[in-house]
Design a protein around this ligand. Structure first.
Ligand code: ZN
Length: 79
């Protein structure tokens, strides 16, 4: 599982060809997918379809962390 740690107000945009599952670990996270934004908290999971850019933003005041796992064949996770 790729761990993504973000400082407050830091964002991380990327996409990958495979479907992936983003898992909230800690902090105040917002994920934007296809123009829609979702707030993530309390160890929620969010599934992102393949070839879909997604932006993970730390909207809190402390470091935030999410995990990203590939679903399906490829585990490649490129920024
Ligand atoms: Zn991802």
């Amino acid at each position: 599982m790729a761990r993504i740690i973000l400082s407050p107000n830091e964002s991380f945009e990327h996409y990958h060809s495979h479907e992936s599952r983003t898992i909230h670990v800690k902090g105040d996270i917002q994920i934007t997918v296809g123009g829609m934004s979702y707030r993530m908290k309390n160890k929620e999971c969010f599934d992102v379809p393949g070839n879909t850019p997604h932006t993970i933003i730390n909207v809190g005041k402390e470091d935030a962390e999410v995990g990203c796992i590939g679903v399906g064949k490829s585990m490649q996770h490129k920024a």
